[in-house]
Structures are given as C-alpha cells and as structure tokens.
Design a protein around this ligand. Structure first.
Ligand SMILES: [Zn+2]
Ligand SMILES: [Zn+2]
Length: 361
C-alpha cells in the first residue's frame, strides 16, 4: 500500500490536508496546475502529458473537416460508432482489463500487439494503468487520482494533474512501477532514462509508435472510404478522447451517493453501474470494483459487455490463453438472497440454478 500511496506525482495543492481530509482545490488552482504540468519549456519531464493533449489538438482539424466539408449521415453513424463504441470498448479491453488488471492473457505477442493497436493510439498506457491501480487502492479517498468528491474538473484534468507517475522514485520503487507494466509489452526506460524523462516510456519510442499507428489507420480508412471516412474516424477519435475524461467523475456518482439497491452491490466505494458506459464499453463500474480482475463486468442478463465478448472471441480462436470470469462468484456472493427468496416464493422444484432464477428476475 505504501508504494501505491507514493507512486503518483502529487499535485501542488496536495492530496490531503493536515487532518487527513481530501484537499478540494478551487477551479483556478486546478487550471493553474494543469497548465504548469503541461509546460515542457519549464520542465521536459512534462512531455508525456503535453504529448497526450497535443494529440487531441492534432485530431481537432479532422473533426472540423468532417463537420464542415465531408459531413454525411453515414459518416455521422460511423463517427458515432467509432467514438462511442469502438474506442470506448477498446479502452476497456486494453487499458483497463489487460494493462491494469491483467484479467486475461494473450497466447502470443502478435495478439497482444494486434489488440493494442486495434484503434488510434491516444491514451499512454502508463498514464492510465499505474494511476488506475491507485484508484482501486484508494477509491474515493484522498490520493484517488480521480476522486469524484474533488469535483468535475478535478477528474476531467486528472490525466495531467494527478495520474502521471512520481518523478522522485528511488530505484526500488521505480522497479516496482516497471513491474506493473511488464506484461503489457511496453518498452520501459532504465532508471537513468527515467531520471531524465520522468516517465516509464521514452519520448522517441512513444512518438514513433503513434506515427506508425496513426499512419496505418489513416491509410486504411482512406483506402476504404476516401478522405471523408478518414476524417470522420480521426475526428471521432479526438471527440472520444475528450469525452472519456468525464467517465471517472460520473462512474463514482459525481461526488454523491448514487448507489441503488439491487443494482450496485459493492458498497465499499461510490462506484455505480450505469447503462450508457455499460452498453457501449462494458464499464459496469460497480460490478468492476467488486471483481476488478474479472475479464467480464456485465454479470446480469441485461448487462451487455462488448469488451468481454471480444476477449471471449479471442479465447475461442486461441488468441487468448486464459481469462478470469467472476460471474459465478457474483451470483453466489450477491444474488443468493434473491435466489433463496424466489425459491421460497415459488416453492417449485424447477428453480434449481442461479442462472434460471436470475433470468426470471
Ligand atoms: Zn472506479
Ligand atoms: Zn479498474
């Protein structure tokens, strides 16, 4: 726990006050910190956050071209599906369930590379994964990088203000940090390189990786549907990259207790299951906090989980060698009352399996 308490670079306003309570910075403090930590001229260790937001700046003209030059209803449908479903689901499959939680294993490096590059590369793995371990360890407490009680902006700008790794780790802690990312295949810096760049990955490798990834996808979409399709997809990806930053605030009830009986079984934090992120990206967030290492988060029949369907499909074709599925534990641990109640109510023998009971719920 001590390691996860210090693995992230603390913001200038700090995580907690002298009484151990969450520091709630003003909007001005948050914005000031944001620009200070994007300033690569002040400190070159800011490069990864700067790059991450520059990618959104680069994608904006594509969105403009799509809206003002190439707009069509078909393009709009493509943009919607790409930004809302494909990018979102990929984030769950890759950054969330694989890079952070190791919920499944690839059979070989090809399928790992294939999955990693299935969409436009925008969110750096280390920014997402390391801080997400902290989010689980300190959910809704001071130190949680996107603590919803800190407010919308606190979460929205978290990737710059709260999620980058600590720049003053000793060699032992840096090695632990590298270890968190080892299975992802991301090439990490030596401790000396880390002291220079402040990050797990090197700028050159990261930039080359993005150029190759974007180049491949731009060519592919251009060949399929000309500049109109390429602009629709690239613009949509930029739109998603901004929109996804609202999820962490909403996924924990916007700083309020929005948990519902019979829906949100985990009561250890403020996470909630929401229909939209669930349907488009498999992010049944309250379920996920119950079983973080499960490759499936949609447990109930209506809880569609596209990310899990992808993992399951890869497993069927032999690309994924193993995965965890906590659906049975979920029913056994949290729906037993319902099972017992239905059995008593019905007093019928045919209700024997948890599955059949839950279908009749
Ligand atoms: Zn959460
Ligand atoms: Zn998680």
């Amino acid at each position: 726990m001590a390691f996860l308490n210090t693995v992230l670079e603390p913001p200038a306003y700090g995580w907690k006050d002298e009484f151990g309570d969450l520091v709630k910075p003003t909007q001005g403090q948050i914005v000031k910190e944001f620009f200070s930590r994007l300033n690569v001229f002040k400190c070159k260790k800011n490069w990864l956050s700067f790059l991450s937001w520059m990618l959104i700046v680069f994608l904006t003209p594509f969105l403009g071209l799509f809206i003002f030059k190439y707009f069509s209803i078909t393009g709009l449908i493509v943009a919607f599906v790409y930004s809302m479903i494909i990018m979102g689901t990929h984030g769950t499959i890759w950054h969330h369930r694989y890079c952070t939680h190791g919920a499944y294993k690839f059979s070989n490096k090809f399928w790992r590379f294939f999955t990693q590059n299935l969409t436009l590369k925008i969110i750096p793995e280390e920014i997402y994964a390391v801080s997400h371990h902290v989010h689980h360890a300190l959910s809704d407490q001071p130190g949680d990088p996107y603590n919803a009680q800190g407010g919308f902006l606190y979460c929205f700008l978290a990737d710059v203000n709260h999620q980058p790794i600590n720049r003053n780790m000793n060699e032992k802690d840096y090695a632990k940090c590298v270890n968190l990312m080892q299975h992802t295949g991301v090439t990490t810096n030596t401790y000396t390189q880390y002291k220079k760049w402040g990050t797990l990955v090197s700028p050159l490798r990261t930039i080359i990786g993005i150029i190759l990834n974007w180049g491949f996808w731009f060519t592919a979409f251009y060949l399929i549907g000309g500049p109109a399709l390429a602009c629709a997809v690239f613009g949509a990806a930029g739109f998603w990259a901004v929109g996804v930053r609202t999820f962490n605030y909403e996924g924990h009830g916007k700083g309020e207790d929005k948990r519902r009986d019979g829906v949100d079984y985990n009561r250890n934090d403020m996470s909630i299951n929401q229909i939209w992120p669930g349907f488009v990206a498999g992010e049944w967030h309250n379920n996920h906090h119950l079983y973080p290492k499960s490759a499936r988060s949609g447990f109930k029949p209506y809880q569609v989980d596209l990310a899990f369907y992808y993992i399951k499909l890869l497993s069927l074709i032999g690309a994924v060698s193993s995965y965890r599925d906590s659906k049975k534990e979920f029913y056994a641990d949290h729906c037993k009352v319902i099972v017992d109640k239905v059995i008593v109510d019905n007093e019928k023998d045919f209700v024997t399996s948890e599955e059949s009971v839950l279908v009749t719920e």
